[in-house]
Design a protein around this ligand. Structure first.
Ligand code: AMP
Length: 398
């Protein structure tokens, strides 16, 4: 069974074609500048086929999908003979609200429900929906599945997901914590259980997804019981450019003092804050590490704040789960940042965590970085959200 995985953004579209026999990646690619002019980079991973990296006119997502299918099936660049060989499509969808606690086969009713979730993710869901509609238009009857970033967190108990606001805002408006990066937390926690050789139903795992966007999740007996992102992905840890947790009073204070509109304020909180805002250097952890090593104190402060927040959030989750068996680091910084992992694990002495310095000096691969006598196992596990989407799609489509 061959499955096309689509992650559609407002002006971009990432894809992978995966052969589920052996879970082999056949091709991957990225359409950019959709609605502006259009560019496609298509990388076949089959011998004898050529990379395509050129401008292609993409006034809408439909032309982007058509260009992807054209390349996937072309004699020179392609990895399949015709579209008929693509058995199903799995779509990443950011927000499934409370309606979707699991992945679902897409039909007209599901599309309607996705539209209803749009107010929760006004920047992301419309792009995901546009991608699905374009795919349905171009690919006709090929079965499609939606896989949600929020779904894994739907197991959180109400004491974890409720805000202490008047209850009516939850009842009538769905205002609560939803959490994001669920596909990634689900993948690495299940892989962690496999690596430990134990059923996930018997484990307490803290999953640290540390990338440009970052979140921590507490996974007890295979179910998410808490996570650091909330109603939107703005909160929790300080991130590349997002502020993380913030006293709402600061918003009122700054808007009043500088006359910012709500859009200007949100732009500051989403795009100009986080480690970029603190350091004034970059949102990229590689740049921060370099600047800090050269003596830039604000870059060091940004790193210190990030590590501190990951550690204190993990500490809260150790309390919430009454213990922890394993900590997992994943995503860009989690997979490639030994210094960040070491700095965070420094805080875990009280848990009996001991890190093997040599093992921790790894990048981009699956490694147990704790010592044999560490009371808690610590893993680096590269995330693979596309594979989760493909597996769910296979399981649902049959
Ligand atoms: P992601 O959002 O998962 O793609 O992660 C992006 C983040 O990972 C950026 O801040 C990068 O600086 C960081 N990253 C990627 N490679 C490295 C590396 N070798 N060392 C430290 N951070 C890295």
């Amino acid at each position: 069974m061959k499955i096309l995985v689509i992650n559609a953004g407002s002006s971009s579209l990432k894809y992978q074609l995966i052969d589920m026999e052996g879970e082999k990646l056949l091709a991957k690619g990225l359409c950019e500048r959709i609605g502006i002019d259009g560019h496609l980079k298509h990388t076949p991973l089959v011998e004898g086929k050529t990379v395509f990296d050129e401008d292609v006119a993409m006034p809408t997502h439909s032309e982007a999908i058509a260009a992807v299918i054209d390349k996937l099936t072309s004699p020179q660049y392609g990895v399949v003979n015709s579209m008929k060989e693509i058995d199903a499509v799995g779509h990443r969808v950011v927000h499934g609200g409370e309606k979707f606690a699991a992945s679902v086969r897409i039909d007209d009713e599901v599309m309607k429900a996705l539209e209803e979730c749009t107010p929760f993710a006004p920047l992301h869901n419309p792009a995901n929906i546009t991608g699905i509609n374009a795919c349905r238009a171009v690919m006709g009857d090929v079965p499609m599945v939606a896989v949600f970033d929020t779904a894994f967190h739907q197991t959180m108990p109400s004491k974890a997901y409720m805000y202490a606001l008047p209850y009516q805002y939850y009842l009538s408006d769905g205002v609560r914590r939803y959490g994001f990066h669920g596909t990634s937390h689900r993948f690495v926690s299940s892989r962690c259980a496999e690596l430990m050789g134990k059923p996930i139903e018997e484990l307490k795992i803290i999953s640290c997804h540390m990338g440009n966007g970052s979140s921590v999740a507490a996974i007890k007996n295979g179910q998410c019981v808490d996570t650091s992102m909330g109603f939107t992905p703005l909160v929790g840890l300080p991130m590349g450019t997002r502020c993380g947790d913030l006293d709402a009073g600061v918003i009122q204070f700054l808007m009043h003092k500088y006359g910012y509109s709500i859009d200007e304020m949100l732009n500051i909180l989403n795009k100009k804050s986080g480690v970029l805002g603190i350091s004034g250097v970059s949102s990229d952890f590689r740049d921060l590490g370099k600047a800090a090593a050269e003596g830039n104190e604000r870059a060091q402060l940004a790193l210190d704040m990030f590590h501190y927040w990951v550690a204190k959030t993990a500490g809260a989750y150790a309390a919430a789960m009454n213990g922890v068996d394993a900590v997992v680091f994943t995503a860009g910084v989690g997979e490639n940042g030994p210094d960040s992992r070491a700095a965070i694990c420094e805080y875990f002495g009280y848990l009996g965590v001991k890190i093997d310095k040599d093992a921790n000096n790894c990048r981009g691969k699956e490694v147990l970085i704790s010592t044999p006598d560490s009371a808690v196992k610590v893993f680096v596990i590269p995330t693979n959200e596309e594979l989760v989407i493909a597996r769910d799609t296979r399981d649902i489509v049959g």
